[in-house]
Design a protein around this ligand. Structure first.
Ligand code: KG4
Ligand code: ZN
Length: 363
């Protein structure tokens, strides 16, 4: 790869319920620029089922992806012949959707004789602050979405150490399930936040999962069950009950998150020294109360909190294109038999950063 010229990379995202395509430029000095970023959410298709239906998601990706890619290329004013590479999220995610995006990227790569980059969706979230504010390594990522809840040390491109993860439900999933139990519409996170705003967070003393544990893992299913039990005890619910239940649930999530993250940041510092920043990403990072808690955690750990703009926190094509560009700049591209993966651990094949020979021990 000629690193003296700006790169142009097309990125495709289809791992869950957003179909997205974007063209991103990466200058030789590592500075990025988004030329187009088109996202089509499938919320409407899934709303009446109260959650994402994998088969519906895959079909909806097929219906709109070609058109989205055309729009992204046109809006960017870029011709296929100018592309330095095409990147697709090759997992982890719903396998039907992953196949749609990766196969499309392979077809474009073959027809236009351009490199393919099979991007790990989690890596794309992890590298986003380098696109938005050229953040230097190493930094600590808190990723909380409908499918993931992880604390990850980001030491370099391809160099990730997972410091903590959920042992059961993802955080966004817990918000969605609580919303469903309370008959609030899908997706539930924003609804729970809204209801919580008017509620009493002290009325119910729900468990604070994993509080005080030495590892940085999360658990949300016990908390969800406690909410369910309380709902059964109270039924039928008054509006005030719903607000108080949401506020009390959110308070438990906040306290648990603050505790888990402070442990995660301590583990980070032991392995990598002080982080350049604490970065939050994923749909849950849109929650104002959680943002406040993260701000406190970062201040206590004497680091800066960075939250990319909402459109780049949730699933999008620009993050895939950017991760592709970062890999391409290091000569990392993939063969045409790159597999779609439903599961793909971020640190499974991670090289241990120089000087941190034991950094994967115990993870
Ligand atoms: O990152 P994202 O858009 O999609 C993936 O899951 O990949 O995250 C969506 C998740 C959903 O579970 C949604 O309920 C949750 O993020 N979420 C929120 C809020 N906004 C979105 N959870 C809590 N509070 C919010 N304001
Ligand atoms: Zn995501």
């Amino acid at each position: 790869m000629d690193n003296d010229r700006p790169m142009l990379v097309l990125g495709i995202e289809t791992t869950c319920d957003e179909t997205a395509a974007s063209v991103v430029e990466r200058k030789p000095d590592g500075v990025g620029r988004i030329l187009s970023n088109i996202v089509r959410s499938q919320t409407e298709e899934h709303a009446r089922f109260g959650g994402v239906v994998p088969e519906i998601a895959a079909r909806a990706h097929v219906d709109v992806l070609d058109h989205l890619i055309e729009t992204a290329m046109t809006e960017a004013g870029v011709d296929y012949a100018q592309l330095s590479g095409v990147a697709a999220a090759a997992g982890p995610g719903l396998i039907g959707g992953v196949i749609v995006g990766l196969t499309t990227a392979k077809a474009i790569a073959m027809v236009h004789n351009t490199p393919l980059i099979a991007v790990n969706h989690l890596e794309a979230h992890a590298l986003t602050p380098r696109l938005t504010c050229a953040l230097a390594f190493p930094y600590c990522l808190f990723l909380a979405s409908g499918g993931h809840t992880q604390i990850v040390a980001v030491a370099g491109v391809g160099q990730y150490v997972r410091l903590g993860t959920t042992v059961d439900d993802a955080m966004g999933e817990a918000f969605d399930k609580v919303a469903k139990m309370l008959a609030l519409p899908y997706p539930g996170g924003p609804q729970v936040e809204r209801a919580a705003a008017g509620g009493d967070p002290t009325r119910f003393s729900f468990p604070r999962p994993m509080l005080g544990r030495a590892d940085a893992n999360f658990s949300l299913s016990g908390l969800k069950t406690a909410v369910r039990n309380e709902i059964s005890r109270l039924a039928p619910l008054e509006p005030k009950d719903i607000s108080d239940l949401c506020a009390s649930f959110q308070a438990a999530v906040l306290e648990s998150t603050a505790d888990r993250l402070s442990v995660g940041l301590r583990l980070f510092e032991e392995k990598f020294g002080p982080p350049r920043a604490l970065v939050a990403a994923g749909g849950v990072a849109a929650n104002q109360a959680i943002r406040g808690a993260l701000q406190d955690v970062a201040a206590k750990a004497q680091t800066t909190l960075i939250i990319p703009p909402p459109a780049l926190c949730t699933d999008n094509g620009a993050m895939i294109a950017w991760a592709g560009a970062e890999r391409l700049a290091l000569g990392m591209c993939d063969a045409m038999d790159a597999p779609p993966r439903a599961r793909w651990l971020l640190d499974a094949n991670a090289a241990v950063p120089a000087g941190f020979a034991n950094s994967r021990a115990g993870f």
